[in-house]
Write a protein that binds this ligand. Structure first.
Ligand code: AMP
Ligand code: ZN
Length: 201
């Protein structure tokens, strides 16, 4: 298994002052416990497990993980195209139930958690767990790469083309902008209030 990501984990609920249930494991391995947690598991098949994101950044937020030990996007190649397409199909099955919501399927260009995982996230971005600019920017800038783009890249180039470290920093530090209009909030509370105006009545 490759080393867990160096990207700082900023989901405060799992910060190091709280001991994980599983003992002293590194926080970045948390998804490997969660795929076996009946409270989080939504469905599974021969190839994948779908779980609820423990700290959802929108009304509905799921993660699709392969059962095979694939640590992250850097380890993915042309042989994984079928698997990644299957992950998208699983996502479609899950989201069919939520007819009132639009969803995005994709990957963080640099994941903080170990084991490849595709995010399935409703596009409201309305959640108490969304607590800082980094949370916002990881889902609303090019830090978030659509699952379809990843598959196309793999088919074309046999590997995933990832942004440079400088670009990643730029995306994470970009000024806050509403993901649905050009509104530029003063701060996150301002943005959180604003996004409510986009919710379906
Ligand atoms: P990333 O690695 O940046 O693609 O995102 C990891 C995702 O996993 C985040 O959306 C977190 O809210 C979520 N998360 C963190 N710890 C856990 C856990 N133990 N179980 C389920 N989801 C988690
Ligand atoms: Zn807006």
């Amino acid at each position: 298994m490759s080393k867990p990501s160096k990207r700082k984990h900023d989901d405060t609920e799992t910060s190091s002052n709280k001991k994980p249930k599983s003992g002293n494991k590194h926080w970045a391995l948390g998804l490997l416990d969660s795929i076996n947690d009946p409270e989080l598991q939504v469905t599974s098949d021969d190839l994948c497990v779908v779980i609820k994101d423990k700290y959802p950044k929108a009304a509905f937020h799921y993660l699709v993980l392969p059962k095979d030990e694939i640590s992250n996007l850097k380890k993915v190649n042309r042989d994984h195209v079928k698997l990644l397409e299957h992950m998208i199909e699983l996502g479609k099955t899950i989201t069919e139930k939520h007819i009132d919501h639009n969803f995005k399927f994709g990957y963080h260009a640099e994941a903080s958690m170990h084991r490849l995982h595709m995010h399935i996230i409703s596009d409201d971005m309305n959640s108490p767990c969304l607590k800082n600019k980094k949370h916002w920017n990881t889902f609303t800038t090019k830090f978030f790469i659509s699952a379809e783009d990843i598959v196309d890249d793999l088919k074309e180039n046999g590997k995933v083309t990832l942004p440079s470290p400088e670009k990643l920093k730029e995306y994470l530090n970009a000024p806050l902008v509403c993901h649905k209009c050009s509104f530029k909030p003063k701060n996150l509370p301002d943005l959180k209030k604003h996004i409510l105006t986009h919710l379906k009545k």
